[in-house]
Design a protein around this ligand. Structure first.
Ligand SMILES: [Cu+2]
Length: 289
């Protein structure tokens, strides 16, 4: 997600307050058993589905004009969106620590942020429990979307789902120093098995590059965007989909359609440079013919 969640939560606090809320409305459904559908727009999520523990499909559509993210972290039972928002505004690790269950940076292999009009789908194993969901993207007024209302909670229910991992046609391997994709790049449409054989969490996020741009210029652009809360000039690329933070030894699935063009990919899990995934070489480019 271009930043560690703890950093995101602390950074959100600096951007002040706004109204929390959740608008629930029907969404287009293509049932695959154990699915959560999330539609994002300015500035609310529309959620559909009651996922059970096990393999959970998350369909994430951005119907808005800005980038939107879907940061998911486990919280203690009965924690409310209002409480999470208060902790976000407080900004201290202690405030969030009172609500969080386990490591807030734990990776569940759920979607990364996506650009306007883009759609992505992940299939990953979620434990039963109560989760906070928020969008950490800065709005034009510099307030993060969470402060504008993109913050809610979801429950992953018991009993465990019988849903199976999807069929795959493509494999992607994440290590501590590289991302290996198929020779010739990713196809126009794929269901990729994404396996992390490294020792820390890594992800696989895809960016459609504007002519003349590289994954490096895109990464620099987004780092600046998140550091300042302001976009500097037109985006050099659009994030079209991705799976964020697959934990070591774990596997997730990314189901994606790509239009022809030049693409970059990277793990957006960050530590302090030069120890962040991008600096360590978890990036590359390919063409979709
Ligand atoms: Cu958003």
């Amino acid at each position: 997600m271009f930043r560690k969640l703890a950093t995101v939560l602390v950074a959100t606090a600096a951007f002040g307050t706004g109204a929390a809320g959740l608008i629930a409305s029907p969404a287009a459904a293509k049932s695959s058993g154990n699915t959560l559908e999330v539609q994002a727009a300015e500035y609310a999520y529309t959620l559909k589905g009651s996922p059970h523990a096990g393999w959970v499909t998350i369909k994430f559509d951005n119907l808005g004009q800005e980038n939107h993210a879907l940061a998911i972290f486990q919280v203690k039972p009965s924690v409310t969106a209002k409480q999470i928002k208060a902790a976000v505004i407080d900004g201290s690790d202690a405030a969030f620590g009172k609500l969080a269950l386990g490591d807030p940076n734990r990776g569940f292999g759920t979607p990364d942020l996506i650009g306007p009009g883009e759609s992505t789908e992940t299939v990953s194993q979620l434990p039963a429990g109560h989760f906070g969901v928020l969008c950490y993207i800065p709005a034009p007024d510099v307030l993060q979307h969470a402060a504008h209302g993109m913050i809610t909670t979801i429950d992953v229910e018991t009993p465990k789902s019988k849903a199976k991992a999807p069929k795959t046609d493509t494999e992607v391997t994440l290590t501590d120093s590289a991302i290996t994709i198929p020779d010739g790049g990713m196809p126009q449409q794929f269901s990729a098995k994404v396996t992390n054989t490294g020792t820390t969490s890594h992800g696989f996020t895809l960016v459609r590059l504007e002519p003349g741009q590289t994954i490096d210029t895109v990464f620099a652009y987004y780092n600046d965007f998140f550091a300042t809360g302001k976009a500097t000039g037109p985006a050099p690329g659009v994030v079209v989909g991705g799976i964020y933070a697959v934990d070591p030894g774990k596997t997730g699935y990314l189901v994606q359609k790509l239009t022809p063009g030049h693409y970059g990919y990277a793990s957006t899990v960050q530590g302090e440079p030069p120890n962040d995934d991008f600096s360590k070489g978890l990036k590359g480019e390919f063409d979709v013919k």
